[in-house]
Design a protein around this ligand. Structure first.
Ligand SMILES: Nc1ncnc2c1ncn2[C@@H]1O[C@H](COP(=O)(O)OP(=O)(O)O)[C@@H](O)[C@H]1O
Ligand SMILES: CCCC(=O)OP(=O)(O)O
Length: 356
């Protein structure tokens, strides 16, 4: 079967990135970031209910770009917050689509990736895939225990970019990432870190227990958190917003923009410096924590994501955890390419797409 183009969909909280890869992924035909009206997004009761709106926006963008959908061989989306997904690729079927849309899973825009892929691929009679979902880790049993029986850690993380950077780094030193022990720390609006062994994420500093981030609280002391939950001033939604959206740098400094924070620091704002350094220290502590599951044998610590562009921050992190291993800064992310690569391997039969 001739493999033609692959449409990649990566939904974020207020944007949907799309790209069309062609010529067996050698070329990107185009890549667009659809920026959604924040108020429009806020008007939906939950993530899944944004699907029709985002699908229309994607199709409209493809039409504006003059793209002919009959050139597609598959559609792939970012995988979402479904607890029992493994790493790698899945074909999206109705059952998975329904699960991604369920209100019982944690609400995160990534879950729209598979839903949108399915909604666009299905009428065209094409396969829809997801790849490296945010919960597709292979956490060790010993890692899953939290201290509360029945409440297992699931480790929501930036698996997609983490694996992409692990593969890229290993290739740059002539090795296979599956033979290495790596810690990869993705630093964007949210920050998570992963410990890799045998090509699997065996432990994470995750979305809800990792370091603070530009817009996320990260793990906070339980008694403090409980107090806020029950003080009569915070609704469940307020607490969710503190975990993701209005926590972290935003909570302390009223901005999620690290460039703005650095400007303040450079102009002598000591409080901004304290908060930024706290974030760096929390990242370093996550790296140190993950080094334990690797029993101290860490081939490399990779700092990636948008904030890895900041020398100020990566230097601060290195100062606190440079003793653990070599630090490699790989700024930016390779999520779109990683999604396209996964879909291509599944189309070629090089990787078997799992069924949910
Ligand atoms: N050169 C830079 N120096 C410092 N911070 C940067 C730089 N470039 C981007 N950032 C910060 O990176 C963050 C966004 O990272 P990104 O990976 O694009 O996030 P996401 O994909 O999670 O929205 C913002 O806080 C932004 O200010
Ligand atoms: C749920 C882990 C992945 C994540 O937080 O993604 P974003 O930073 O893109 O929201």
């Amino acid at each position: 079967m001739e493999i033609k183009d692959i449409l990649v969909i990566n939904p974020g909280s207020t944007t949907t990135k799309i790209a069309v890869y062609t010529n067996q992924n050698k070329d990107v035909l185009f890549e667009e970031t659809i920026v959604h009206d924040e108020n429009k997004i806020l008007s939906f009761p939950n993530v899944a209910s944004q699907r029709e709106y985002r699908r229309e926006m994607i199709l409209q963008m493809l039409q504006e770009d003059g793209y002919d959908l009959s050139n597609l061989s598959a559609v792939v989306g970012r995988g979402g917050m479904v607890y029992d997904l493994a790493g790698g690729g899945y074909k999206v079927n109705k059952k998975l689509c329904d699960k991604l849309a369920s209100s019982t899973i944690p609400q995160h825009a990534s879950s729209l990736g598979g839903i949108l892929a399915y909604m666009i691929a299905e009428p065209l009679n094409l396969p829809a895939y997801i790849y490296d979902s945010t919960m597709g880790c292979d956490l060790l049993d010993v890692v899953k225990l939290t201290g509360i029986a029945g409440a297992e850690k699931y480790g929501a993380t930036h698996l997609l970019n983490s694996r992409a950077q692990a593969i890229k780094y290993a290739a740059s030193v002539g090795r296979d990432y599956r033979d290495m022990q790596l810690i990869v720390c993705h630093m964007g609006g949210g920050i998570t870190a992963n410990a890799w062994r045998d090509g699997k994420v065996i432990d994470t500093a995750a979305y809800d227990d990792g370091p603070m981030a530009p817009e996320r609280s990260g793990g906070v002391p339980l008694l403090l958190f409980k107090k806020l939950c029950f003080d009569g001033r915070h609704t469940e939604k307020d607490m969710e917003d503190l975990i993701s959206g209005k926590g972290g740098l935003y909570s302390y400094l009223g901005t999620k923009d690290c460039l703005e924070v650095e400007k303040r620091i450079e102009s002598g704002d000591e409080y901004a410096k304290l908060v930024y350094e706290a974030m760096a220290l929390q990242v370093a502590k996550s790296v140190a924590g993950l080094s334990c599951v690797l029993k101290g044998k860490v081939d490399v610590i990779i700092l990636t994501g948008g904030i890895a562009r900041s020398k100020m921050l990566t230097d601060m992190i290195a100062e606190y955890c440079g003793h653990i291993g070599k630090i490699e800064v790989m700024a930016g992310e390779g999520e779109m390419e990683a999604l396209a690569g996964g879909a291509l391997r599944m189309l070629q039969g090089e990787e078997i797409a799992k069924e949910y």
